[in-house]
Design a protein around this ligand. Structure first.
Ligand code: ZN
Length: 265
């Protein structure tokens, strides 16, 4: 991709972030704005090489990746990597503006794990490490088209499963998504008899209200290769696979990143 189309992509992304009144093309814009605020949850367990359980959210599928199937050679090595980065730790989830579920009930997300104040993309980490095949997800909030290059690089450098002489496919087909569940249709409103006193409901009959997951504000996005950090609205925000997220300037500076001069990060 040449520089012009790259910066055009950035421009489109940023205009969308700013909510600017710019007419956006309806096709070819897979990447939608980065909200800046991401839900955070504790990874309670790892189910397989591309699925983990996040407290308060549920089963999360690492979108854009497919790990080796259970009991196949290399499966344990891939699972061990997910356990190493996420199990028992807090992770951030980027599910896009409209969370989607796979047919087998997992929420699709880009998962970020923390290392010394830096939030790294676990999905692309698995591809880079030669531990998963790339999946080009259609209609996704993240542009996964260029993720296969990470697997090819891992293959050429004999990383991960390729180091074990295993023939991990470079790409895999996306999993079908679940149909959107119809919203609950409210029945006719029953006017409550006004007794002045709220009706007492025993604890076991009170409806369960799922607590909202905690969220983390991502104030800066760093480029891993350029070692610069930007405001999320900057025109020069790097592509997904070159990103590291920071909650504040301090974390970015501490990790050796320089502020971008264009956005005065
Ligand atoms: Zn910038």
């Amino acid at each position: 991709m040449d520089e012009q189309s790259l910066s055009r992509r950035h421009f489109l992304k940023v205009s969308a972030v700013a909510g600017a009144a710019v007419a956006l093309p309806s096709v070819g814009l897979a990447q939608t704005p980065f909200s800046g605020r991401l839900p955070k949850g504790r990874c309670r367990s790892v189910i397989n090489a591309d699925t983990l359980v996040v407290e308060g959210v549920g089963n999360i599928a690492l979108l854009g990746t497919r790990g080796p199937v259970k009991d196949s050679p290399g499966y344990q090595k891939a699972v061990d990597a997910v356990v190493k980065y996420a199990a028992g730790k807090d992770v951030l989830l980027d599910q896009g503006p409209k969370p989607t579920q796979t047919g087998d009930g997992r929420f699709r997300a880009v998962v970020y794990y923390n290392e010394g104040g830096q939030w790294f993309n676990l999905n692309t980490k698995m591809l880079r490490a030669g531990l998963a095949s790339a999946v080009n997800e259609p209609e996704c909030h993240v542009d996964t088209a260029d993720w296969v290059a990470l697997v090819q690089e891992a293959k050429a450098s004999k990383r991960g499963l390729y180091s074990m002489g295993l023939d991990l496919p470079e790409t895999a087909e996306p999993i079908a998504l679940a149909q959107a569940r119809p919203g609950r249709v409210p029945g006719p409103a029953q006017p409550a008899a006004d007794t002045g006193e709220p009706e007492w409901v025993p604890p076991y009959r009170r409806p369960y209200v799922r607590p909202e997951p905690e969220t983390v504000q991502i104030c800066y996005i760093g480029s891993i290769t350029a070692k610069r950090f930007h405001r999320p609205t900057c025109l020069l925000v790097p592509r997904e696979l070159d990103r590291v997220l920071f909650e504040g300037r301090l974390q970015a500076l501490k990790n050796g990143y320089q502020p971008c001069l264009a956005c005065r990060a």
